[in-house]
Design a protein around this ligand. Structure first.
Ligand code: B1M
Length: 233
């Protein structure tokens, strides 16, 4: 049995445990991540702090070593799997606000792109903020977005892309909405690591959201504007 197997996660103080979680995420240790998430929750950490300080920060470190060629796809998949297991525990806690529904959002990752951790995080945080979220998954051609918005009639359409090669597809979706005369019926929010505000402007989105918290704030602002317009009009 290795030293790692002997480690009693409960015996670590908060800082050590968070550090250990970064290491466990890096090593793709799903069971350890689940255990640590539960320990921090038991120590009265908020689900949001567990998510951001332990999981998202750990994934950021994985991303750096993936970029630098130290980690490869199979290892990053294991890390992603461990991250998802942690998110699975946190999801109901983040969602359980009892807040009235403040708006509806359809969100999906664009065609050619299978990254879904960030998008799922946005979906979770939006639900936690009282939005109804229809998460249409990954690798979505424009037809999927059209089908989902026609079926669910959301206030907001959210698109995610993590690759420089897939982000231009967001423009395809927006241009199709324009061609169909539907563009102004929805607020279009976009996000993903390679994007920025200039790109969002250039493709005709309403806003770029740097992270899940910004996505929630931006969505709320647009909903407030919509309600004010309705009240005035
Ligand atoms: Co990928 N990958 N990957 N990968 N991967 C990146 C994106 C990369 C930057 C890594 C690197 O080189 N540093 C790089 C892209 C380079 C580029 O395009 N310039 C890359 C590459 C190259 C690839 C492959 C091509 C690798 C290969 O096969 N050779 C391949 C492509 C597959 C495909 O999609 N067709 C690939 C595959 C994979 C895995 C399958 C192994 C795995 C994905 C698992 C999964 O998602 N289920 C993976 C991962 C995990 C990553 C990194 C390491 C982490 C992404 C992540 O989950 N981050 C990533 C490196 C990085 O981003 N630093 C990388 C954590 C997440 C919380 O952050 O996704 O940014 P993020 O989401 C944030 C914000 O961006 C924002 O809010 C989120 C939460 O705060 N946001 C939104 C995101 N979407 C939003 C939508 C909104 C609003 C906000 O709508 C309103």
């Amino acid at each position: 049995m290795s030293e790692e197997d002997d480690l009693d996660l409960n015996s670590l103080d908060d800082d050590e445990l968070v550090q250990q979680m970064h290491d466990d995420l890096y090593d793709g240790l799903k069971g350890e991540i689940e255990e640590s998430v539960n320990i921090l929750l038991g120590r009265k950490w908020t689900p949001y702090d567990v998510l951001t300080k332990a999981l998202v920060e750990g994934m950021r470190i994985v991303g750096i070593d993936f970029r630098d060629g130290i980690l490869f796809v199979p290892e990053v998949l294991l890390a992603a799997n461990a991250m998802k297991a942690g998110m699975f525990i946190l999801r109901p806690l983040l969602v359980e606000t009892g807040a009235p529904r403040v708006g509806k959002m359809v969100i999906g990752t664009v065609k050619g792109d299978i990254h879904d951790i960030g998008k799922n995080l946005v979906a979770m945080m939006m639900e936690g903020a009282g939005f109804e979220v229809i998460n249409i998954g990954i690798n979505n051609p424009v037809e999927n977005y059209l089908e989902a918005i026609e079926e669910h009639q959301p206030d907001i359409l959210g698109m995610s892309a993590l690759l420089t090669t897939t982000m231009p597809y967001m423009k395809v979706v927006i241009d199709t909405l324009k061609e169909k005369g539907m563009r102004d019926d929805y607020v279009v929010l976009v996000g993903g690591a390679p994007l920025n505000e200039e790109f969002a402007d250039a493709i005709g989105a309403d806003a770029y959201c740097r992270d899940a918290a910004v996505a929630v704030e931006t969505a709320k602002e647009f909903m407030a504007r919509k309600h004010n317009q309705l009240a005035a009009g």
